[in-house]
Every structure is written in C-alpha cells, then in structure tokens.
Design a protein around this ligand. Structure first.
Ligand SMILES: Nc1ncnc2c1ncn2[C@@H]1O[C@H](COP(=O)(O)OP(=O)(O)OC[C@H]2O[C@@H]([n+]3cccc(C(=O)O)c3)[C@H](O)[C@@H]2O)[C@@H](O)[C@H]1O
Ligand SMILES: Nc1ncnc2c1ncn2[C@@H]1O[C@H](COP(=O)(O)OP(=O)(O)OP(=O)(O)O)[C@@H](O)[C@H]1O
Ligand SMILES: NC(=O)CC[C@H](N)C(=O)O
Length: 612
C-alpha cells in the first residue's frame, strides 16, 4: 500500500493582505517539505483571507487574487518547493461555460434554486444571466482551491455549496462550481472539497466516492461556536464513511471582525477513527502518515471529474511520524481562548496596540480586563475608574484591586464635576440624569482614545444587549465588544474559571473575588441593582436562550415553563432594543445565534410576540 505523508497547515491569515498570506503559505510549505510531506493543504480562501464579503465583487480584488496565486506558484518553485503539491484557497472567476456537474452539487443553498442564476450581489455588480443557456457567464467570482505544482497551477476546484444562512453570505458573492477535482499524488487519488460542501448531503462527498478517491481533503474556514468541534468531528466521521475514504479537514485560525476561527483540524479514517487532530486556536502544521490504496491504472471516467496527475511515483521508504492528536479543551477554557484570540486579532489587525475602557469594579469590566491582558499583555490595556456621586466605595476599591493584580496602566477620573456642570446648564432628572453619567464616561473614554490612540472596548454582555440594558452613546461606546455573545451567567462562569485556572498554575487570581460575588449594579442612582429592572440573570438567560437563540414564539416559551410575566416583559424589551443592537460594536460570535449577521430582524416592525 502506498503511503502518503499529508500536511495540513492550519494558519492564520488576514483578509485582503494577499502578500502576507502568500508569505505565510510559503513558510508552511517550507515546514511541510522539511517534514517530508507529499501534499500540503491550506484552509479555504487562505490566500485572500475569509470571509472576503463584497470584496469578491471587485474585479481588482479577483484579479489580485488570481495574480497572487500565480506568483505564489512561481515563488514556491523558486524556494525549491516546487515538487511539493500545495492546495490553497483563493478567489478566482468562472473560466468557461460550466458543464452539468456531479449529483446535486452546484445548486447553492436555495432549495430548488437555479444554480445558473447569479447571486443578488452579483446582479448589483452588473453580472447577468447568460440568456437561459446551461452555463454561467465567464468572469463571475468563485470560491476556489488551486493545486500548485512545479511553479504552476495544475488543478482548480470551485466550491459547490455556497452557504447563505447565519453569518454566511456566499451565495450573494460567488457562483457555485460543479466539477470535482481528483489529483493523483504518490499514486493515490485525492478528491477536494471546500467547507460547506461537507455539510450538505450528496455533492462532492458522493462524487468523491463515485470517483474512487481514497482521500478527501476539505479546505475550511469554519467559525467557532461553542461545542462546534464535536459537531464537526461527527460530521467528518459520517462523511468519511459515506465517501469510504480518509477525510482530512483543515481549518483556519484567527479572528476576523465578529468571527473567530478555531483550527482543530482533523484527519478521520473511513471507520471513524481519529488519525490526527490539531490544537484549537493556534497555528499548527499537522503531519500525518496515511497508508492508502493505489489509484486504479485506468480510473473511472466520471462526468464532471477533472483528474490531474502530480505524481505516480510511490513515496520512498521512511520511518512513520506519530501524528498529533490534541485533547479538546474544556468548555470555559475553549470559550476563553476564543475570546482572547478574537480580541487580539481584531485589535492587532486594525493597527492598534492598546485598548481602553472603564473599570467599574463589576464583573463585566473585570472579565474584559483579564481577557485584554491575556490577549495583549498588561501594557495593552489602559483602565479608567470614573466614580460618580452614586458610586460605591467598593466600585473604586475593587477596580483598584483588579488593576493592581493585572499590572496595567490605571487612571482615575471622577465624573461628578463634569456631570454637575452639565446639569447646571441643562437640567435633567430621572433616566436622563442616570444616562448622562454613562454618557460623560463615554465622552471621557473617547477623548482619551482620540488623544492617545487606544481602541475603546465596550464591556456589554449578551444579556444586557438582548434587553437594551445599557445607555446608547454612553456605556455602549466602543469599537469592539468582547462579551457581545456571552450571557451574564457565563460571564460569571468565565471569571470563576479564569481564577481557578490561575490557581492551578500557581499564579495570582486576576479577578477580585468581590467583583464576582457582588450584586450587579449600574450605580446610576442610589442603591440601584440590575434586578430592579430585570429578572434574576439565571432566569433571564434561560428565557433569552429560548427566545433569541431558539427563536421560540410566546406560546412555546410558556410551554417551556417560563413565567408569563417574565415572557411578556423580556420579549418586549428584546424586541424594542433591536435599534440599539443595530448600532452596536462587533464582538466575537460564540453561540449558534449571535447578534449581528446571525440574527436579522427589522427595527421598524409592529410584530409583537406578546400580543399573540
Ligand atoms: N426605535 C428607536 N430608534 C432610534 N432611537 C430610539 C428608538 N427608541 C428609542 N430611541 C432613542 O433612545 C433613547 C433611549 O435610549 P437610552 O438613552 O439608551 O436610554 P434607555 O434605554 O431609556 O435607558 C437605559 C437603561 O439602561 C440602564 N443602564 C444604563 C447604563 C448601564 C447599565 C448597565 O448595567 O450596564 C444599565 C439604565 O439604568 C436604564 O434603565 C430615547 O431617548 C431615543 O432618543
Ligand atoms: N464607576 C465607573 N468607573 C469606570 N467605568 C465605569 C464605571 N461605572 C460604569 N463603568 C463602565 O460602564 C460599564 C457598564 O457598567 P455598569 O456598572 O453600568 O454595569 P455592568 O454592566 O454590571 O458592568 P460591570 O459588571 O463591569 O460593572 C462598565 O463595565 C464600565 O466599563
Ligand atoms: N466557510 C463555510 O462554508 C462555512 C460553513 C460551514 N457550515 C461551517 O460553519 O463550518
């Protein structure tokens, strides 16, 4: 049986930085060649970064992606790596009229949809149908994998299934491919698929089986959600069984706006055995030796299958290398790592070195501070205590304690004189006065940020964002929201986990215990607590999970056992806060339904669940 040494490079890339991404591919290729790999596979759209969104609709961008791929092929050869076949994701355009392809593939995500119909975004760009012919007009963008060998692109695969649900919009910007690419490497037939292709029935997986491929490699940019690694593993096992082939899944790593990609690449045998597993949230070259049957001398001529031969020569005898099989992280460790990576990459990729926000002594700002220090180091955070006339003594002492533990740049700016000056000029009371304090804080933070160049973070969590429990243009100020998709009860769990983890490592706990145990309060009026306005957070979060994530209607919520008065109140708050969320900062997606592209609701609507 020929052996194939496969290298999967789970790398971090940056959207639009084609030169840096190409350089990253070259480094991975050098590492893979040094490890004796016969084939290197990189993630989906590794050359352009993912997701490219409407950049795909710019001719200049697609041209640059194609040119970068050609240049990469030449550079790899110049690096002496031309003999190593490299599969890498990039944006290409339709090269010629597309033949009717394999199985159900190429139908996109619209049920019964017409695969030749250009997506909406493409229509905007001036793309058009080709007058009812079977093909798609040349020149429209496609999400592709290019196979590079000996200085040239020798094969190309265009993604069949273009996700357009949840956070994905690929049907809007790409046209689906229909053909399958099967490359013969070291005598082994290797089929190629891209991310969503794996999640849909039929298509490339079924075609890989029909084409007698022994290995199915899948290039992915699959965003993190809690426990999604378990879902992916089960999916890979099922698809490997269906294809009766080894399945190699390589995922990208890093943060991109509101998404975090978690790596965790996998190699799974047809019987479901895990042959290799990459670490989560870190770049890694996963090298695995596979014993695979030789491809047939006269392979089946399956319509829609492009076969390319990059090597019939069997691999030389070599000592097998043990493949890495990383242990999955625990629930809170995984979530923490996702938030740290999402924050770090947002800050750095947008050219900042420091972040800035208010430290209130409460748990949200404390957790944000610990995350920021883990992401950027103590020098990466400026914390500001901004006591008002209503602030408790402990809000200051707990913030002081936090800052001391973290060793950060910490400043105090009392806001009472500014609030008083405002009130003398513009009298206000009640909620207006409460919100003024939050707005003075927001103005102060933006002033420091404008002067010194930090990025302001907003500390709001998902529970508050759900019910609109924040002051617009006040404490909602900021460019990035690390806890945007973390419910308040999980903020407390994270705080406890981070302290326990520190204890286990013999380090000082970063978060003061008092910040975790105190009753949550906005401290905008005397003796205020969050529960004056909201149900207890465990009750609220359970209800929000059912209403926001599971999208239950009023009667389903009541059937699920939620209190009718809580349902009436919370559903109304959530619905009425849509306009606030629409203006909110991005933050890392961690759940199946985050606020933003994942959950799109009209701001102006007369639909009310409570009226049902
Ligand atoms: N549909 C719509 N489209 C566009 N704008 C709309 C709007 N509805 C209201 N507005 C505008 O929004 C204003 C009301 O919103 P906003 O000014 O935010 O004020 P509002 O939502 O009424 O009050 C903020 C609430 O959040 C609480 N809070 C504040 C700060 C921190 C925390 C915390 O614990 O973290 C909690 C505070 O105690 C208060 O209960 C209106 O005056 C109006 O200008
Ligand atoms: N006294 C303060 N000094 C500095 N920042 C403050 C102060 N009060 C509020 N903030 C800022 O506004 C955010 C909203 O905090 P608030 O106290 O209103 O409620 P919270 O959502 O429970 O947050 P936390 O748990 O951090 O207290 C805080 O996270 C903090 O960034
Ligand atoms: N890039 C993609 O096609 C991602 C879609 C896929 N269902 C995932 O989340 O993994």
């Amino acid at each position: 049986m020929p052996s194939l040494r496969l290298a999967l490079a789970q790398v971090g890339t940056t959207v639009g930085d084609l030169a840096a991404n190409a350089a990253r591919v070259r480094r991975a290729a050098a590492e893979a060649a040094a490890a004796g790999a016969d084939l290197l596979v990189l993630p989906e759209l590794a050359l352009t970064g993912y997701p490219v969104e409407d950049l795909a609709l710019r001719r200049s961008f697609v041209d640059a992606s194609r040119a970068a791929l050609d240049q990469l092929a030449a550079d790899l050869a110049a690096d002496g790596l031309g003999e190593l076949p490299v599969l890498v994701g990039y944006v290409d355009r339709v090269e010629g009229p597309l033949a009717e392809g394999v199985g159900a593939a190429g139908r996109g995500q619209r049920e019964g949809g017409d695969a030749s119909a250009p997506p909406h975004g493409l229509q905007r760009e001036g793309g058009r149908r080709d007058g009812g012919g079977t093909g798609v007009p040349k020149g429209l963008p496609q999400n592709c994998a290019g196979l590079l060998h000996r200085g040239a692109r020798v094969g190309r695969y265009a993604k069949h299934h273009l996700p357009n649900y949840g956070v994905f919009d690929e049907f809007r910007i790409f046209v689906p491919g229909r053909d399958l690419l099967v490359a013969r490497v070291r005598g082994v037939d290797v089929a190629v698929a891209i991310c969503e292709d794996l999640w849909q029935e039929g298509g490339p997986v079924a075609a890989a089986h029909d084409a007698d491929a022994e290995l199915l490699v899948v290039l992915n940019a699959s965003p993190y959600e809690r426990s999604k690694d378990d879902t992916r593993l089960e999916l890979c096992r099922r698809r490997a069984g269906e294809a009766r082939a080894v399945l190699a899944y390589v995922n990208t790593v890093g943060g991109q706006d509101d998404l975090v990609f978690d790596g965790g690449s996998l190699v799974v045998a047809a019987d479901g055995q895990v042959l290799a597993r990459g670490e989560a949230f870190v770049e890694q070259l996963v090298v695995v030796d596979l014993d695979l049957p030789e491809g047939s001398a006269s392979p089946a001529d399956v319509p829609g299958v492009d076969r390319v031969v990059v090597g019939e020569e069997p691999a030389p005898h070599r000592e097998p290398v043990p493949a890495p099989v990383a242990e999955p992280l625990g629930e809170m460790a995984e979530l923490w790592a996702a938030l740290v990576l999402g924050l770090r990459d947002y800050v750095r990729k947008n050219g900042f070195t420091q972040v800035l926000f208010g430290l209130s002594g409460g748990v949200d700002s404390a957790v944000c501070a610990a995350l920021a220090v883990d992401a950027l180091g103590p020098g990466g955070l400026v914390g500001v205590s901004m006591p008002s006339g209503y602030s408790t003594a402990h809000s200051r002492s707990d913030a002081d304690d936090l800052a001391g533990r973290l060793g950060i740049d910490y400043r105090t700016h009392p806001i009472a004189p500014m609030v008083d000056a405002f009130l003398e000029n513009v009298p206000m009371s009640g909620v207006a006065e409460e919100n003024l304090q939050a707005r003075v804080r927001g103005t102060l933070l933006m002033g420091i940020s404008n002067s010194e160049g930090q990025l302001v973070l907003t500390t709001s969590n998902k529970s508050e964002l759900s019910v609109g429990y924040s002051t617009i243009y006040g404490d909602s100020v900021g460019g990035f929201a690390p806890l945007k998709d973390v419910a308040k009860t999980d903020v407390w769990r994270l705080a406890r986990w981070r302290n326990e983890d520190a204890r286990a490592r013999g380090e000082r706990e970063p978060i003061p215990e008092a910040s975790i145990t105190k009753a949550p309060s906005a401290e905008l009026r005397p003796d205020q607590t969050d529960q004056d306005s909201l149900p207890e957070y465990d009750v609220l979060d359970a209800l929000l999970e059912d209403y926001v994530v599971r999208a239950m209607g009023r009667s389903e919520l009541l059937e699920a056992g939620h209190d009718p008065e809580d349902v009436r109140r919370v559903v109304g708050l959530v619905d009425r806060a849509e306009w606030k969320r629409r203006q909110g900062a991005p933050g890392p997606k961690t759940t199946p339904v985050s606020f933003g592209r994942d959950r799109r609701l009209p701001v102006t609507t007369h639909w009310r669940e409570e009226d049902e």
